[in-house]
Design a protein around this ligand. Structure first.
Ligand code: CP
Ligand code: NVA
Length: 308
């Protein structure tokens, strides 16, 4: 099966065998890197990276990944390009397509990355939007496979604010055969649209998706507990939201309500002692947060290797 030329904007655009082929490629490239085997399969290729907002992991892992694959990545921000002076996203996509072999973008509104993809003649990769974070969840599923040996049949409990990361978990993990539970307070649960789409995916992939308002019920029997910031980039800090989310903090008492060997995940950056306690984040018996961060590199190389 070929993924050549495909956009990587939304996990729901992909079927299980397609995501499987990316994960297999990611594991293969990781092992080649660890064994010191060169794998310059994108020699001479260039990737434009547009960052409308901040990033540590996404920027560094994509840039290093492209170098390891023998290619080159360009870091572009609105302030240093004509995007900041009003050149449209569509025109930018057309121009960048004349120079580059792939475009990666981190945007505010999801419509911006969709507009890029509609106007580019090269593949577009979504490096996070307000709607989803597909590359993150590929790295996360790779990490789960490393620690649990499989994905199918496992239960992942996402606890906290429903956001771009939880939206992609509801898609990617469902497609790959995991049962997904979202534990969020009332008012901060996933939108009706995303639940509908996840329900459809879970039916066709024979898994379950449930939304609960109780953190203890969410993590019951969980193989994986996942959390993310209470306030995503672009959102204002609000006392009311913080108060609603504090009971959903991932701490030792909550982790002890899951399976004994549950793993604790966070896409990072973490706000220590807010959504995740510092002692849980540093507890090597459960926490795999830095493995996730490392796997951004390998998972994204897998994506690029197949679509470029
Ligand atoms: N997890 C993640 O996307 O991190 P950055 O914001 O540092 O890229
Ligand atoms: N939900 C977070 C993820 C950061 C990687 C945000 O959008 O800020």
């Amino acid at each position: 099966m070929s993924l050549l030329g495909r956009n990587f904007v939304d996990l729901a655009d992909f079927k299980r065998p397609e995501l499987r082929s990316i994960l297999d490629k990611a594991h293969e490239l990781k092992s080649q890197l660890k064994q010191g085997q060169p794998h310059e399969i994108l020699k001479g290729k260039s990737m434009a990276m547009i960052f409308m907002k901040s990033s540590t992991r996404t920027r560094v892992s994509f840039e290093v990944g492209m170098t390891q694959l023998g290619g080159h990545a360009l870091y572009l921000q609105p302030s240093g390009t004509q995007l900041g002076r009003g050149e449209t996203i569509g025109d930018t996509a057309k121009v960048l397509s004349r120079y580059c072999d792939v475009i990666m973008a981190r945007v505010y509104g999801h419509n911006e990355v969709v507009e890029l993809a509609e106007n580019a003649t090269v593949p577009v990769v979504n490096g996070l939007s307000d709607f989803n974070h597909p590359c993150q969840i590929m790295a996360d599923m790779m990490t789960i496979e490393e620690h649990k040996g499989k994905l199918e049949g496992l239960k992942i409990a996402y606890v906290g604010d429903s956001n771009n990361v939880s939206n992609s978990i509801m898609q990617g993990c469902t497609i790959m055969g995991m049962d997904v539970t979202i534990g969020s307070p009332k008012g901060y649960t996933p939108s009706e649209g995303i639940v509908k789409r996840a329900d459809a995916l879970s039916k066709s992939n024979k898994t379950t998706v449930e939304i609960v308002n109780d953190p203890a019920a969410a993590v019951k029997n969980a193989d994986v507990i996942y959390t993310d910031t209470f306030f995503s980039m672009g959102q204002k800090r609000e006392k009311e939201k913080e108060d609603a989310l504090m009971p959903f903090q991932v701490n030792r008492a909550l982790v002890e309500k899951a399976k004994l060997d549950t793993i604790v995940m966070h896409c990072l950056p973490a706000h220590r002692d807010e959504e995740l306690t510092s002692d849980m984040m540093d507890d090597s018996k459960h926490s795999v947060v830095f493995d996730q961060a490392e796997n951004r590199l390998h998972a994204q190389k897998g994506i690029l290797a197949l679509i470029v």
